[in-house]
Design a protein around this ligand. Structure first.
Ligand SMILES: [Zn+2]
Length: 156
């Protein structure tokens, strides 16, 4: 049952969220800052082939896609839906200003940017949404990869 729910959820939401991600990425690419040398080194260490394409936009609050009921639903799946400290939108990364100085957070988001790079926006979102519904946010394969790689890169 959870498998079918995951397939339906991913199929319905992925195109809508992909459009939102594309819009946010465009906004960040226009008004975000490039990575510092140190940050670019971290991005390369976690798998970004070309960290110079990334831009970071620091905001008071990281925006979330969809209406409030969707945020509550996402929270039930284990997403930190109303409290995101950062979010990767392909080549654009949002950071909450309260957490902007945490290298492990930026590294985590860079791993997601590398995942977008591997699969494209739509391909990433289909897989990511499916993983989150099937296994829960914390156990999603992309989240485990991001946590593992970012922590390893910041330890060295
Ligand atoms: Zn993540």
């Amino acid at each position: 049952m959870r498998f079918l729910l995951a397939i339906c959820f991913a199929a319905i939401l992925a195109p809508l969220v992909a459009f939102w991600v594309w819009l946010q990425q465009r906004r960040i690419l226009r008004s975000g800052r490039p990575l510092s040398n140190r940050e670019a080194g971290l991005a390369a260490a976690v798998g970004m082939t070309d960290p110079t394409v990334l831009r970071v936009l620091v905001l008071e609050t990281v925006p979330m896609p969809g209406p409030r009921w969707a945020h509550r639903f996402a929270q039930r799946l284990g997403f930190p839906a109303l409290t995101a400290a950062g979010m990767s939108l392909g080549k654009g990364i949002y950071l909450d200003q309260k957490f902007e100085d945490r290298p492990v957070l930026l590294a985590h988001e860079c791993v997601h940017s590398a995942q977008y790079e591997r699969h494209g926006i739509f391909g990433f979102l289909c897989r990511y949404l499916y993983q989150c519904v099937r296994a829960g946010y914390a156990n999603a394969a992309f989240e485990r990869e991001a946590a593992g790689r970012s922590e390893a890169a910041c330890r060295t």
